[in-house]
Design a protein around this ligand. Sequence first.
Ligand code: URA
Length: 245
Amino acid sequence: MQKEIDINKVVRQHLEMEQYFCGFAVKGSPKTSSNEEKGSMNIAEKQKELDKILQEVRVCRQCDLVSTRNKVVAGEGNPNARIMFIGEAPGADEDAQGRPFVGRAGQLLDNIIAACGLKRSDVFIANILKCRPPENRDPRAEEIICCLPFLQRQIEIIQPEIIVALGAHAAKTLLNSTEAIGQLRGRFREYIAGIGKSPIKLMATYHPAYLLRNYSQENRRRVWEDMKKVLTELNLPVPQTDTKK
Ligand code: URA
């Protein structure tokens, strides 16, 4: 418990420093001169920028995870996605395949996306960390600090209308918050992209892996309530779903 509080504190202080001094234009950001330029990137240009990030992630040696990872998991999906799902870190299946959310939690995420009337190819899926922590341990502050700039650049390129933060690590990191996931979920928050940039609406919800471990009707209903708010906010139809199953 103590360890978790310390990690949150270190990451929060780091993010506050960055926001204060230079927004989120952190090391290695693409040299586009303004947000408007990024907003007007066509899909091919966005894909090219995302591919550049993938190449950088592949050769990244900034933290110790380089010595235990098999494949990096940069993220995948529609470069023009309106919704970006952000999880914690790759697990064993993701590390083996180099793709996000392909294990059991991924199957549940696929079901959630399908229940929303969407396809995986409609959205973009990424994680806070691009490499698997050994034994799926929690991400460490120094790993988050090294890895977050990649995700921040992905968000800046894709410019999703809504970020869905899956679980406590993603929600706390992206919101720079110490609140518990149970408090953070359920209403829209703001992801602060940097000084002079428009905030992005963020809905935190339970991580699919948590949902698998705590597969109660109440938890499924909560996740579905969160997703219904996302769909409504995007003016998308809300399919009828039976969360009792
Ligand atoms: N859990 C995550 O947070 N991300 C993945 O990609 C897979 C499992």
